[in-house]
Design a binder for this molecule. Structure first.
Ligand code: FE2
Length: 369
C-alpha cells in the first residue's frame, strides 16, 4: 500500500524540513519539497482556504510525531462486519478474510475466482463498489477491496475473462507479503523509524517469494505482488522500475491500491472523499501512475456519481446528472434551485466552478476541506 496521507495543515511541525511536494485538495502544488515549513506559510495557506494537505508518509515531521504511522494494518482488529446484507460479495469477503489470515494462497485464489465470476455476471458493478467503502480495518479488507476494484476495472474496460480473473487474484494477493512482516512493525501504532520503514517495504518482494512457492499461482499474479509499488517515473520500490518495465497488470493494481488505501475509513481519522483522492491521483498522472491504467481507472470509478448531491464553489447546491468519463471531477449537474443544467467539463461558462462538497445522503454534509 502506498504511504500517502492526508493531514491537517496544523499537524506539520513548524521549522521542519519537508521532504515531499505538498498538494492542496484540488491538486495544486502548494509547497515545494525541500523547503522549511514556517508559521507564515501555514497562515498564508489557511487564508487560501487550505486546511488539509496530501503528503507522503515519513517525509513530513508532525507535531505529535505520527508522520510514519502505518495504516491500521493490525490483523487482530481486521473485520468486515460493516458490510450490508445486500452486498453481493459478502460471503466471499468472509471466506477471503479467513483464507488470507491463514495465509492460505490456494483458498484465497479460489475466493478471488468466485469474486471474478460474480462480478462478471453482475448487472450493477458500481453498486457493489459503493459497498466497499464500508470496509473497516487492515490489510485483509484492503486486499479484498483491491480485488473487487481491479476486477471492476477489467470488466468495464472489456478485458478477456482470463485477464479479469488474474487481476482479481492479483488484487487479492498483492499485499500477502505484509502477513509475513514482523507484527511489531506491521501493527506498530507509533512512528516507524527508518529501519522499520525499510522492513515494511520488503513486503513486495516477500510476497513475490511466497507466491513463487505455490505452483498454482500464475507468473502475472506473482509480479503484481512484486511490482505494485513501482512508480511510472522510476521512484518506486523494490527495483525502481519505470514505464514499460513494470508489468501492465501491476500498473493497474498500483492505482487501485493507492485509491483504496486513501478512501478507506480505516486509514485516517479524516478519511478522504473520493473526489479528494481522485484529484490527488490525477495529480500523479504519469509520475506515479501509468496513463493508460489511470484512464481505465477513471472510466470505472467516477469521483461523483449520478444522483449525488454536491455543492459548487459558488455555493449552489446541485445534483449530478451524469458522471464524466473524461474528467470525473467535472460532472454534468443540475442546479437544484434554478434547475439549470450545467456541464462543468465542456461548457466554458462554468469552467471556474468546482465541486467543493459532497452531500452524501439525507442531508448529511461532508466537507471536503
Ligand atoms: Fe503493498
Amino acid at each position: 500500500m502506498a504511504e500517502i496521507r492526508i493531514i491537517s495543515l496544523r499537524k506539520i511541525k513548524i521549522g521542519s524540513h519537508v521532504q515531499c511536494d505538498i498538494y492542496s485538495k484540488d491538486g495544486h502544488l502548494i509547497f515545494k519539497k525541500g523547503n522549511i515549513m514556517t508559521e507564515a506559510i501555514i497562515d498564508r495557506l489557511e487564508s487560501m482556504g487550505v486546511t488539509r494537505v496530501l503528503v507522503e508518509a515519513g517525509t513530513v515531521e508532525l507535531v505529535d510525531d505520527e508522520s510514519k504511522k502505518p495504516e491500521d494494518d493490525g490483523l487482530p482488529t481486521d473485520n468486515i462486519k460493516e458490510y450490508s446484507e445486500t452486498f453481493m460479495l459478502k460471503k466471499e469477503f468472509e471466506q477471503g478474510k479467513d483464507a488470507l489470515l491463514n495465509k492460505d494462497v490456494d483458498g484465497a485464489q479460489d475466493v478471488a475466482l468466485s469474486i471474478a465470476s460474480k462480478l462478471e455476471t453482475s448487472n450493477d458493478i458500481k453498486k457493489e463498489l459503493d459497498e466497499l467503502k464500508y470496509g473497516t480495518e487492515g490489510v485483509v479488507t484492503h486486499s479484498l477491496n483491491v480485488a473487487v476494484l481491479a476486477g471492476a476495472i477489467a470488466i468495464e474496460n472489456g478485458f478477456a475473462p482470463k485477464d479479469i480473473e488474474e487481476l482479481v487474484v492479483g488484487g487479492m494477493l498483492h499485499d500477502i507479503g505484509k502477513l509475513y512482516i514482523d507484527p511489531n512493525v506491521l501493527n506498530k501504532k507509533g512512528r516507524l523509524d527508518e529501519k522499520e520503514f525499510e522492513i515494511m517495504k520488503t513486503h513486495a518482494e516477500e510476497g513475490y517469494r511466497k507466491l513463487c512457492d505455490n505452483r498454482g499461482v500464475s507468473h502475472k499474479v506473482r509480479m503484481m505482488a512484486f511490482q505494485h509499488h513501482e512508480n511510472n517515473d522510476g521512484t518506486g520500490y523494490p527495483k525502481r522500475l519505470r514505464g514499460d518495465q513494470i508489468m501492465w497488470e501491476a500498473r493497474i493494481i498500483h492505482v487501485v491500491d493507492v485509491y483504496e488505501a486513501m478512501t478507506a475509513k480505516r486509514c485516517y481519522k479524516d478519511h478522504l472523499l473520493p473526489g479528494d483522492v481522485m484529484e490527488f491521483v490525477m495529480g500523479k498522472y504519469s509520475t506515479m501512475f501509468d496513463i493508460k491504467a489511470m484512464d481505465m481507472f477513471l472510466k470505472t470509478i467516477p469521483a461523483y456519481r449520478k444522483g449525488d448531491i454536491v455543492r459548487l464553489s459558488d455555493g449552489t447546491q446541485c445534483q449530478v446528472l451524469e458522471s464524466n468519463p473524461l474528467n470525473s471531477l467535472r460532472p454534468l449537474v443540475v442546479d437544484l434551485k434554478t434547475m439549470k443544467v450545467m456541464d462543468l467539463y465542456s461548457d466554458r461558462n462554468y469552467l471556474s466552478k468546482t465541486v467543493t462538497e459532497l452531500i452524501v445522503k439525507e442531508g448529511e454534509v461532508v466537507k471536503t476541506q
